[in-house]
Design a protein around this ligand. Structure first.
Ligand code: A2P
Length: 325
C-alpha cells in the first residue's frame, strides 16, 4: 500500500500527502522503523537535526539508493533549520551539515523549524538554560533568514523552502518581502487544534500545509515531564466520534484521524517506530469519509495545543513567540 495522493507545491513539485515523522524516534529504533516504512511504501520522510537521528536516517537512505531499490527522485525528504541556527549567516552551513548526515546532495523541502531562536551548547549537545528557563537568542530576524533560505534554494541545496510554527502575521511579513514565497507551512494540526483561519490563509496564498502531531503526539508528555511540565494531554484516539467513525469503516481511530487530514488537502506526518502501526497509518487510501462524518470531525475543534513549547521554559517571552496572535 503506497500513498497515492500528492500535494503540488507552488513550484510544481509533488509531495506525497502522507509521510513519516521522525521526532521522538530514538536512534536505536529509527533504523529498523525506516527500513520497514520504506518497504511499506513511505516515500516522504520528515526530519530535523534537533531530532538527533539524521545520521541513522542517512545510512538507511544510502543503503536503499546504493542497492538500487529506490532512486533519490522517488523520495521526498524534508529537514529544518533548527532553533539554535536562526541566523542568516549560518543557514547554508547548517543545511550542509544536515545534508552530510542524511548523505544527500539536496533535500526536497527545507523549513525554518520555529520562529524563535534559542541558544545551544554544542559541547553538551543541549539547549542553554538558566534559572529563568531556556536562554533565548533575541536577535532572530525572519527577513534576513528568509533571504538565506532563498540563497540555499538558488544553490540547489533544497528544491523548496518553507516555514514551521510561524503564525499568520509572521508569514504575511515574509510574503510581503520575499522573492520566493514559502511553499509549505508545517504546523500542529489535528481534530482538537484545527487552525482553520491559518490554513485558509495558507491556501489563499498558495502555501501547502503539513500537519505535525496528527495523532495528538502523546509522546510530548515525556518531553514535558523531563522539563518539569506537568500537563495532561488528550487522547485523540479515544474520542467517541472518532471511534464510532472508525468502526463504521472497519478502520482504527488513528486511520480516521489521518484520513480526515488528507481528505482536506493537507499533508500528515504521523510518527511511529512500531511496525504494525506505521503500516496501519499508510493504509488509509482505500476508504473515504462522508460529508456527515467530516462535519462531525470538524465540530471537534477545541483549541487544544499539544506542542505549546512549554518544555522550553520561558520561551513565551521571546518577541517572535508565535502563539500569542
Ligand atoms: P509508536 O511510535 O510507538 O507507534 P504523532 O504523530 O501525533 O506525534 O503521534 C505519534 C505517537 O502516536 C507516538 O507515540 C506513536 O507511538 C503513536 N502512534 C503512531 N501511530 C499510531 C497508531 N496507528 N495507533 C496508536 N498510536 C500510534
Amino acid at each position: 500500500m503506497a500513498c497515492d495522493k500528492f500535494l503540488t507545491l507552488n513550484n510544481g513539485i509533488k509531495m506525497p500527502a502522507l509521510g513519516i515523522g521522525t521526532w521522538q524516534a530514538p536512534e536505536n529504533e529509527v533504523e529498523e522503523a525506516l527500513n520497514l516504512a520504506l518497504e511499506a511504501g513511505y516515500r516522504h520522510i520528515d526530519c530535523a537535526p534537533v531530532y538527533l537521528n539524521e545520521k541513522v536516517i542517512g545510512r538507511v537512505l544510502k543503503s536503499w539508493i546504493d542497492s538500487g531499490k529506490l532512486t533519490r527522485e522517488e523520495l521526498f525528504i524534508t529537514t529544518k533549520l533548527p532553533p539554535p541556527a536562526l541566523k542568516a549567516e549560518v543557514v547554508e552551513h547548517v543545511l550542509k551539515n544536515s545534508l552530510a548526515d542524511l548523505q544527500l546532495s539536496y533535500v526536497d523541502l527545507y523549513l525554518v523549524h520555529v520562529p524563535f531562536g534559542i541558544m545551544f551548547d554544542a559541547a553538551k549537545s543541549e539547549f542553554v538554560r538558566d534559572e529563568n528557563g531556556v536562554v533565548m537568542d533575541l536577535t532572530t530576524d525572519h527577513l534576513a533568514i528568509w533571504k538565506s533560505m532563498e540563497a540555499v534554494l538558488e544553490k540547489g541545496l533544497t528544491k523548496s523552502i518553507g516555514l514551521s510554527n510561524f503564525n499568520k502575521n509572521q508569514i504575511q511579513r515574509i510574503l510581503d518581502n520575499c522573492k520566493v514565497p514559502p511553499a509549505n507551512l508545517q504546523i500542529e494540526h489535528h481534530v482538537y487544534l484545527q487552525q482553520k483561519d491559518l490554513i485558509e490563509f495558507c491556501k489563499s496564498n498558495g502555501i501547502t500545509v503539513t500537519a505535525y502531531a496528527p495523532l495528538g503526539s502523546k509522546g510530548i508528555a515525556n518531553i514535558n515531564k523531563a522539563a518539569g511540565v506537568d500537563r495532561e494531554l488528550p487522547d485523540l484516539m479515544d474520542i467517541e466520534e472518532v471511534k464510532d467513525i472508525a468502526s463504521a469503516h472497519d478502520k482504527t481511530p488513528a486511520q480516521v484521524l489521518l484520513r480526515w487530514i488528507i481528505e482536506r488537502g493537507i499533508s500528515a506526518i504521523p510518527k511511529s517506530t512500531n511496525p504494525g502501526r506505521l503500516r496501519q497509518n499508510l493504509d488509509i487510501f482505500d476508504f473515504s469519509l462522508s460529508e456527515e462524518e467530516l462535519d462531525k470531525l470538524n465540530a471537534l475543534d477545541s483549541n487544544i495545543r499539544v506542542c505549546d513549547f512549554s518544555f522550553f521554559k520561558g520561551i513565551e517571552r521571546h518577541p517572535e513567540f508565535p502563539f500569542t496572535s
